[in-house]
Ligand binder design. Structure first.
Ligand code: NDP
Length: 309
């Protein structure tokens, strides 16, 4: 049996420059996020990324606000893997609440990312979230920022441009000012059984509009919550498929046509997270997870921001 006996259908697929299809990503946020004032490289994170690469990951997720771009750059350099076989995603930080954008402008943010990553192109560059205030961004609106991303794509600094934590109205606003070839191609959002839609209808809308949905925090029911309404059911499936709850949740995400980004510091989990292509949840199992999820909503990030979205 090949490892791709049960392929999944994502709403959009991408290839690395070397021509390999984009698969599950390893993240450098949450647990690894580093204080913005720290310049020193976190060697533990470099080693963790190197381990993930050794175990087969080619998709690495970072962001200006995590302050981990330098670690990703260091790992790329040390990995010995040709740059074109990797897929690197990073994100512009527009600031949040009382905290200002990390860079004086989106251009500066892009150039800093290239430098810290030690690369001359970024595979995917996202606007981290749409909750802009021009005071935080030093005068750049969401639309100004999107136009700067388009320019950077034209210049070859970025291969693909997309967004994160966007609701339908934010995506529509970008479409209004862009030619179709410069519409956003990815929306990275919180997604797991207990949060089927980070904002109203966002998954369906994104997928119907040729946007790949990427899930952050896909393991929430297994990692962030103690015993919960899914625990017993996942245990049943663990016995049936001989997979861990984490693998079942990643498989569920993929079967929704969503590409997961996951994080772990444990070698066994980093490894097992890629081993989710040799089984398939039945429709009944998939529907039951959805049903239990819908009945028990739980959001980890951006509570207030999504109150009316
Ligand atoms: P996950 O849902 O993968 O959660 C990771 C956590 O779950 C780790 O602490 C890990 O701990 C634990 N874990 C992993 N496997 C299991 C398991 N089988 N059972 C129990 N616990 C487990 O994703 P994250 O929330 O970390 O998000 C992934 C990435 O997405 C981030 O690193 C970041 O790159 C990105 N992200 C983007 C955001 C955005 O706004 N765009 C917001 C948040 C994240 P352990 O190390 O012990 O295995």
């Amino acid at each position: 049996m090949t490892s791709h006996t049960h392929p999944v259908k994502l709403s959009r697929t991408f290839k690395t420059k070397a021509g390999d299809e984009l698969s599950i990503g390893t993240g450098t946020g949450t647990k690894w996020k580093k204080d913005s004032k720290l310049d020193e490289i976190n060697q533990e994170l470099v080693d963790q990324i190197l381990l993930a690469i050794k175990l087969g990951y080619r998709h690495i997720d970072t962001a200006e606000v995590y302050n981990t771009q330098a670690e990703v750059g260091e790992a790329i350099k040390k990995s010995g893997i040709p740059r074109e076989q990797l897929w690197i995603t990073t994100k512009y930080n527009p600031g949040w609440g009382d905290i200002k954008a990390s860079s004086a402008s989106p251009q500066e943010s892009i150039d800093k990312a290239l430098k810290q990553l030690g690369t001359d192109y970024i595979d995917l560059y996202l606007i981290h979230q749409p909750f802009f205030t021009e005071e935080n961004t030093h005068g750049y609106s969401l639309i100004d920022t999107w136009k700067i991303l388009i320019e950077a794509k034209k210049q070859g600094k970025i291969r693909e441009i997309g967004v994160s934590n966007f609701a339908i109205k934010h995506l529509e606003a970008l479409k209004k000012v862009s030619e179709p070839e410069y519409y956003p191609v990815v929306n990275q959002i919180e997604s797991h059984p207990f949060l089927q839609d980070q904002s109203k209808n966002i998954t369906k809308y994104s997928q119907e509009n040729g946007i790949l949905v990427e899930a952050f925090s896909p393991l929430t029911p297994a990692s962030r919550l103690d015993a919960n309404p899914l625990t017993d059911y996942l245990e049943e499936l663990v016995k049936k498929y001989n997979k861990t709850p984490g693998q079942l949740l990643l498989r569920y995400t993929l079967q929704r046509g969503i590409l997961p980004i996951t994080t772990s510091a444990k070698e066994s989990r980093i490894k097992e997270s890629l081993d989710v292509f040799d089984f398939e949840l039945t429709k009944e199992e998939f529907d039951k997870i959805t049903e239990i999820g819908n009945a028990n909503p739980h959001r980890v990030f951006f509570h207030e921001a999504f109150k009316d979205l």
